[in-house]
Design a protein around this ligand. Structure first.
Ligand code: PDD
Length: 291
């Protein structure tokens, strides 16, 4: 953003130019990574899958014994919409983060539940978000061990290892990394992972081992509605390398083909037939239901 048009962000009830939004150094998010987040995509000025993100946010808060948000779904939606409007976002994302707030000092113990949560939202403008050239070329990924904690179903801001994973991928000259645990793929650094074999879409079942992707839920629903076969189970790295197609999903990437894993070409080494179709269906249906 240029200095002439500072980005307007939301902090605890106020809309402020980004430079004026300040959070305490004692905030639990800063000191303890004690916070959760959501990323909601914006296409054509409208929010995709907002209801799903709201449900998951509340679940993340409750799993961490954080007090519930003091606002309704309609109120949170109004804040998202206000930020989209104030920052003239056509395509992009709204990032939301809620932390356990500022207890006034550093302590491992959770503060008094009456401590107000810190609620921050900001927008990221990404013109042409849905026209990502990677949809045509596909992504190349490496596999790395999944050494994250075992509550990956909670969308916390502890993103150090995923960041390191992205850097390992960059160093290896590829686009991203897939996490592997006991020989099985869990998910991507910031996305859910899938393979396609003999027309069947295979993706890991929902447990605490992976984030329950909002895009995943929508894509699987659309796939089933389009009479595609879906199997929710863990798949091995070897199975992935021998798959016909592979892909990832996330709120910001939607559906993107994966054409290479650890230097091994997947299928013909270029996007196949199933994944581009899924991307098309997802974008079409999500735009229709955007709010
Ligand atoms: N990442 N798995 C992980 C580890 C993720 O971080 C994400 C999302 C997903 C996909 O979830 P969803 O479809 O609800 O976006 C799966 C977001 C986009 C991010 O960190 O930017």
């Amino acid at each position: 953003m240029s200095a002439a048009t500072p980005r307007i962000v939301y902090l605890n009830g106020d809309y402020l130019p980004e430079a004026e939004a300040r959070v305490s150094i004692f905030d639990r998010g800063f000191l303890m990574a004690d916070g959760v987040y959501e990323v909601t995509s914006v296409l054509g000025g409208k929010l995709l899958d907002f209801a799903g993100h709201f449900v998951r946010l509340n679940r993340s808060l409750s799993e961490l014994d954080m007090p519930p948000l003091s606002m309704t779904e309609a109120e949170l939606l109004a804040i998202h919409r206000a930020l989209v409007e104030k920052n003239a976002i056509t395509d992009g994302m709204v990032y939301l983060q809620v932390t356990r707030g500022n207890p006034g000092d550093r302590s491992f113990e959770f503060p008094d539940p009456a401590t107000p949560l810190t609620v921050v939202l900001f927008t990221q403008s990404k013109p042409g978000l849905a026209d990502n050239p990677q949809a045509r070329t596909g992504l190349r990924v490496i596999s790395i061990p999944d050494i994250r904690w075992h509550r990956r179903d909670i969308k916390t801001v502890q993103l150090l290892y995923p960041s390191m994973g992205k850097m390992m991928a960059k160093k290896a000259g590829v686009d991203d990394a897939w996490f592997v645990e006991d020989g099985f793929v869990t998910e991507g650094t910031s996305n859910n992972a899938y393979i396609v074999k003999n027309g069947k879409i295979i993706t890991r079942h929902l447990t605490n081992d992976i984030l329950h992707g909002i895009t995943r839920a929508a894509v699987l629903r659309f796939a089933r509605e389009a009479q595609m076969e879906v199997e929710e189970r863990a798949f091995t790295l070897d199975e992935a390398k021998a798959a016909d197609e592979a892909f990832i999903t996330s709120a910001s990437a939607f559906v993107l083909p994966v054409v290479e894993i650890d230097g091994v070409a997947i299928g013909a080494g270029e996007p196949g037939r199933v994944v581009p179709r899924l991307r098309e269906i997802y974008l079409e249906e999500s735009r229709k239901s955007a709010v």
